[in-house]
Write a new protein. Structure first.
Length: 437
């Protein structure tokens, strides 16, 4: 394997006292926490699109980043070299998983047939690299948002011919994800929504989105792909309004169309904040509905209103994320995918390592903090006490549906005013702070 990252050797765990920026201070893959290794808790994954294909373009300027693997006599040769660079990077970083869109890994051809054959060629190469390195595919997906044919949506397009094209693309993406042994497949609907309701038949579009997902489920079963399907909520960007707005909107949609057993959620931190929620809220909502499947880890900038996709460094965010994951028994098929990009001015290949090491160490600290909160038990005890009334005979009667308004009125008349008890938010916050290291 030729070296596209010649300055970097395999990243090692050197412990909190190390001053080497190309080493882990907290992420120790084999270290066990609450009975499971760190590697198994996180199932870290690198995303192909930002890390290898993101070259710093923004709405105001051209690319600022030049990568050695892009120097090639043809787009297909560049795609092959990029795949080699990617596996060199995964191996040196020490992650177990990767993720891709079909069009990240192989160039779109001038026909669907040519695009499919480009993809087959690169997938064969990726399959070889997977077996050489032991690195696995966390999930695959299809890019149904970049090409102009999808400007008015993919499955929600007013034109059924575009729906057909999107179906063909997802069919192929499912086949190659299956071929690569993917643990999952993601649906992110960046163009499934509207710019103005004036030109939009919302009812038809929602029906078509659901029909599309039912067809995908049927095809998955037909080819025997056992990976988990995920839907990735995001309220807007690039489209003004996206139907998969947040976890609650996605759950309502899935329940309405009988899809709730076929998909779980891939929750992304910066999508949560765009929807006006915290990352923790979206994770917790998903967990309590048994819908938490996978995570796209990143962070936004509180001063900016858009999806900045920065690497996660906020220890409160990583601690609370890991607390929810621990309470939900962790990832089954999913993992922690860095859907994050280096800044436009970070045009050195080593910046990719600093970014991922920073993110992995932040989550390792989050995991240690969350485990500390669980072992300490004071927060759980306080919450238990706060709801203790519901464990009494009276509370249980309500929860079990044994009494109605008449009996409750009788109870209120007999017992007078309920006690008014502090919610103790500051105490909880202090206990959280005690755990953050
Ligand atoms: C876009 C986004 C996507 C999905 C996969 O904001 O998060 O990259 O993760 O299509
Ligand atoms: Co994402």
């Amino acid at each position: 394997m030729s070296a596209y990252f010649p300055d970097v050797n395999k990243i090692k765990f050197e412990g909190p006292d190390s001053s080497n920026p190309l080493a882990f201070k907290h992420y120790d893959a084999k270290k066990k926490i609450l009975g499971k290794t760190m590697a198994d808790h996180f199932r870290f994954s690198v995303c192909y699109w930002h890390t290898f294909k993101g070259l710093g373009r923004d709405p105001f300027g051209v690319e600022t980043i030049a990568r050695a693997y892009d120097h090639a006599p043809s787009p297909m040769k560049a795609a092959e070299q990029t795949m080699e660079a990617a596996f060199e990077f995964f191996t040196k970083l020490g992650v177990d998983f990767w993720c891709f869109h079909d069009r990240d890994i192989a160039p779109e051809g001038s026909t669907l047939r040519e695009s499919n054959s480009n993809l087959d060629q690169i997938v064969a190469h990726a399959k070889q690299l997977q077996s050489d390195t032991g690195i696995k595919l966390l999930w695959g997906t299809a890019c149904l948002f970049a090409h102009p044919r999808y400007m008015s949506g993919a499955s929600t397009n007013p034109n059924p011919e575009v729906f057909a094209h999107a179906a063909a693309q997802v069919k192929k993406a499912l086949e190659v994800t299956h071929e690569l042994g993917g643990a999952g497949y993601v649906f992110w609907g960046g163009r499934e929504g509207y710019e103005t309701l004036l030109n939009t038949n919302m009812e038809r579009e929602l029906d078509h989105l659901a029909q599309f997902l039912h067809m995908a489920v049927d095809y998955k079963n037909e080819i025997g792909f056992k990976g988990q399907f995920y839907i990735e909520p995001k309220p807007c960007e690039p489209t003004k309004h996206q139907y998969d707005f947040d976890a609650a909107a996605c759950l309502a949609f899935l329940l309405n169309y009988g899809l709730e057993n076929d998909l779980k959620f891939n929750i992304e931190a910066n999508h949560a904040t765009l929807a006006g929620h915290t990352f923790h809220h979206e994770l917790e909502f998903s967990r309590v509905h048994d819908m938490l499947g996978s995570v796209d880890a990143n962070r936004g900038d509180p001063m900016l209103g858009w999806d900045t996709d920065q690497f996660p460094l906020d220890l409160y965010d990583t601690t609370l994320c890991m607390l929810t994951l621990l309470r939900g028994d962790g990832f089954k098929t999913g993992g922690l995918n860095f859907d994050a990009k280096v800044r436009r001015q970070s045009n050195d290949p080593n910046d990719l390592f600093y970014a991922h090491i920073g993110g992995m160490d932040s989550f390792a600290r989050g995991l240690k903090n969350a485990a500390k909160i669980i072992r300490d038990g004071r927060i759980d005890k306080l919450v238990g006490e706060r709801y203790a009334g519901w464990d009494s005979a009276f509370g249980k009667k309500i929860e079990n549906g044994k009494i109605g308004f008449r009996e409750l009125e009788q109870y209120a008349l007999e017992h007078g005013e309920p006690a008014i008890v502090s919610g103790q938010q500051e105490l909880y916050e202090l206990l959280l702070n005690d755990a953050i290291e």
